[in-house]
Design a protein. Structure first.
Length: 149
């Protein structure tokens, strides 16, 4: 059986359980999400190009390509970034983005799962439903992160 057939036969999450944002998140939420996504991509002590590219692609969509050089980025900590994620749709967006990074890393380590769990607990996020397919998951993340400017 081909892997394409395997994908088609896997149970897909019902589309109705996947939460799409009404509009992209405001910049004040995008910034801490990018910070946490960047931190998670390095949480295992390795920089995986696929993860890094994913974070950079989301930053480009948010129109903050050089976010690592911004003063707000240097001032954030994990705790401050989590405190800034103070509305439900931003918590959803954060968890969609972080789970996308987990999915993108084929050699993920427990350290990344530990970071994800720590952040989810800090923001008080509930379990989320995301598309199984990587490209569909990435498109969902972009819905949250796209610049509304």
């Amino acid at each position: 059986m081909s892997s394409e057939q395997d994908e088609q036969e896997k149970p897909q999450p019902p589309e109705s359980q996947i939460i799409h944002p009404a509009r992209p998140l405001h910049k004040k939420y995008v910034e801490p999400i990018l910070y946490l996504a960047d931190r998670m991509s390095e949480s295992d002590g390795k920089v995986i190009p696929k993860e890094r590219k994913m974070v950079e692609e989301l930053a480009k969509d948010a129109k903050v390509e050089k976010f690592r050089h911004e003063s707000w980025y240097r001032k954030l900590t994990d705790e401050k970034a989590c405190q800034a994620i103070d509305i439900e749709v931003a918590r959803q967006g954060l968890l969609v983005v972080l789970s996308l990074l987990l999915k993108a890393d084929e050699a993920r380590l427990d350290l990344e799962h530990t970071f994800f769990t720590k952040i989810r607990n800090l923001v008080g996020g509930d379990a989320i439903t995301v598309p199984i397919e990587l490209e569909a998951h990435k498109q969902l993340a972009k819905e949250y992160m796209r610049s509304s400017r």
